[in-house]
Design a protein around this ligand. Structure first.
Ligand SMILES: [Fe+2]
Length: 137
């Protein structure tokens, strides 16, 4: 498998993990924080699903084979909202780093459309990193 396909599959695995993690935290977040964090976690889960779809289509277009298993990094079960936000922050930092690397690889490849959509995803991940940081402050 090419390095590009490997990196895209890394990103896809991370998105599959993020879908799982955010859906889990949306179900378990309790108390007054639930009012704000349940919708936030739901929308992050939906966003991860959209990112996964974009990357999956790109892997298919480039003749690759998509992973079906999520990234194996454990999802910490907790009912503490700060621990959830910390898990979210760590997840977003890793996603942003992976898309940053993918973007660099795409600079040498003739697929402008893919470059643009990965750039959009990358910017979204960076915004999420900032959002989680602010919520934890
Ligand atoms: Fe994402």
């Amino acid at each position: 498998m090419s390095e590009l396909l490997k990196k895209m599959n890394k990103a896809l695995g991370l998105e599959l993990r993020a879908i799982n993690m955010y859906a889990h935290y949306a179900a378990y977040v309790k108390g007054l924080h639930r009012l704000q964090l349940e919708p936030l976690f739901q929308s992050e889960a939906t966003e991860s699903m959209l990112h996964a779809a974009t990357i999956r289509n790109a892997i298919v277009k480039h003749g690759g084979k998509c992973v079906t298993e999520r990234d194996s990094n454990p999802i910490n079960h907790t009912e503490n909202y700060r621990d959830m936000l910390q898990g979210a922050l760590d997840t977003e930092i890793k996603a942003a780093a992976t898309y940053g690397e993918l973007l660099q690889m795409l600079e040498d490849i003739d697929d402008r459309e893919l470059y643009d959509s990965v750039e959009q995803i990358y910017l979204t991940e960076l915004r999420s990193v900032e959002e989680m940081r602010l919520l934890l402050n």
